[in-house]
Design a protein around this ligand. Structure first.
Ligand code: F0G
Length: 488
């Protein structure tokens, strides 16, 4: 580690715990329903945590998408939104925020991140077989690229697939492989190179500025464009401050502007980046802007709202500025590091080093006895909801799509993701998660597999239905009762 965060506060008793630099002024009541009800809820939701009803969920760690806590400044900005179909002042405030924070002149609003992926794929994937090299795919990016006939190639270094690692930048794009792919494929078949900040599906792992510089150099040599998925840009920049010695003395603003400065196009989900809703695409190149402009009214809405409510546009503008505040952005990564490091110390196999967005449990390791054909990550996700009332997300083979011949494509990693949205949970809630996950780890032999009973053709993980291959949930409940008695 090259630097201690400017917001690290030491405890006299030597404990190493993250201290919240905010106070809670609006609260929402939670319920922890009994384990028998949690099992019923699983059956009702097809053992798929996307299909649970939040009345049955205690801690919602499904995602940080649209669930980050908003600041008082964001809430108040929503009150002076300018409702207008065209030319809204809210839009111009957002455009200014994009220019100030992301340093891009032209901005196209879209209703969320995947809408940006649709517009980009529509605009740039011109023929079947066009190839998008990237550090790693995200589910919706892949779905849109393939929908338009494109293909992807994932170019990570081997270390990225090493779940237990101390490499600071597992999201780095493999530049040697990139050179080889360009040579093999031909630039005319590569619409752009995609770099995802804080690579989501490998455990929220960042790339370094040094790596992006190398990618930029190759892109320049071949006249290729770089598209930056900036949905988790703030966290990637924060980890660069922590882990890349050259930037130990830099500010969030400096690092963010260097990163976006190296991309021809930046797009993002505002559900993540700015703790609001919505999304956007931005560039400083007018020609690029014009290539996409007409698609916004076609798919999203008029150019000054793009399918986003004006209130959310105001919250997004303020949220973008707040991304530059290290005391805000550090909270989730610090809580995640606490969760990952404590669980690792308890023997639970975790993705390390701790990344952003959430803590990731290695289901392939924890549930070695469950074959990939029975979805270890999905099984662990269901088992943890049953054990704790905590809703995580499967990030493994269920989240993969079948190939063009309809065959399963098994994921490189089978992960249970426990998202830690910004400034939502307290430390005692995180301690509860640690306690229950450690118990489940000690009883992992009781977890069994799942099988599909309903499988939608696209993005199957959202609405798919599964069922357990045996009566393992009942056995897990029996052990829970034995160990916890009447406790919820
Ligand atoms: N890119 C990345 C890196 C993402 O993490 C997401 C969403 C998207 C694009 C799509 O954005 O949801 O606004 O359409 N990730 C969410 C998650 C869904 O839970 O990780 P969206």
């Amino acid at each position: 580690m090259s630097r201690k965060s400017s917001v690290t506060i030491k405890f006299h008793n030597g404990e190493d715990i993250p201290l919240e630099l905010h106070k809670v002024r609006v609260v929402q009541k939670l319920n922890l329903v009994p384990i028998e009800r949690r099992l019923e809820a699983l059956y009702e939701g097809g053992f798929n945590t996307f299909r649970l009803n939040t009345k049955d969920v205690f801690l919602d760690m499904l995602t940080d998408s649209g669930t980050n806590a908003m600041s008082d400044m964001q809430m108040s900005a929503m009150m002076h939104a300018d409702d207008a179909y065209a030319g809204s002042q809210s839009f111009f405030r957002l455009q200014k925020a994009v220019e100030d924070v992301l340093k891009k002149k032209y901005f196209l609003p879209v209703h969320q991140g995947r809408a940006a992926e649709n517009i980009l794929s529509h605009a740039y994937i011109k023929k079947k077989g066009d190839l998008i090299p990237m550090n790693y795919h995200f589910t919706t990016a892949l779905a849109h690229i393939t929908q338009y006939g494109g293909r992807i190639v994932e170019l990570l270094y081997d270390e990225a697939y090493n779940i237990s690692s101390s490499h600071p930048f597992k999201g780095n794009l493999n530049v040697e492989k990139l050179e080889a792919v360009i040579k093999e494929t031909g630039v005319e078949n590569i619409p752009f190179i995609r770099m995802e900040a804080s690579t989501n599906l490998i455990g929220g792992q960042p790339f370094s500025i040094q790596n992006m510089r190398e990618v930029r150099k190759i892109a320049d040599t071949h006249g290729l464009r770089i598209v930056l998925d900036a949905s988790l840009l703030g966290e990637n920049a924060y980890l660069i401050l922590q882990r890349e010695p050259e930037f130990a003395g830099s500010s969030m603003e400096e690092v963010i502007s260097i990163m976006t400065g190296m991309a021809d196009i930046v797009y993002f989900s505002a559900r993540k980046l700015s703790s609001s809703r919505g999304g956007g695409i931005c560039t400083s190149d007018r020609a690029i802007y014009l290539e996409m402009e007409a698609l916004i009214p076609l798919f999203e809405g008029f150019l000054t709202y793009g399918g986003i409510s004006v209130r959310e546009i105001e919250a997004m503008a303020v949220g973008l500025y707040e991304t530059l505040d290290e005391t805000m952005i550090c909270q989730s990564p610090q809580f995640i590091a606490y969760l990952v490091n404590t669980l690792t110390a308890n023997g639970v196999p975790m993705v390390t080093p701790a990344g952003v967005l959430g803590a990731h449990v290695d289901a392939m390791q924890m549930c070695k006895h469950i074959p990939q054909t029975q979805y270890p990550a999905g099984s662990l996700t269901a088992a943890f909801f049953l054990t704790a009332g905590v809703r995580g997300m499967e990030r493994g083979s269920i989240s993969n799509q079948r190939d063009e011949n309809g065959n399963e494509t098994y994921a490189d990693m089978e992960l249970l993701r426990l998202a830690v949205p910004r400034r939502v949970f307290t430390l005692s809630q995180i301690k509860y998660v640690i306690d229950r996950m450690t118990w489940l780890y000690e009883n992992r032999h009781l977890i069994g597999g799942l099988k599909f009973v309903y499988e939608p053709p696209v993005l199957r993980f959202f609405m798919g239905g599964l069922e357990p291959v045996s009566d393992w949930p009942q056995q897990l409940i029996a052990k829970f009762k034995k160990d916890f008695g009447d406790s919820l």
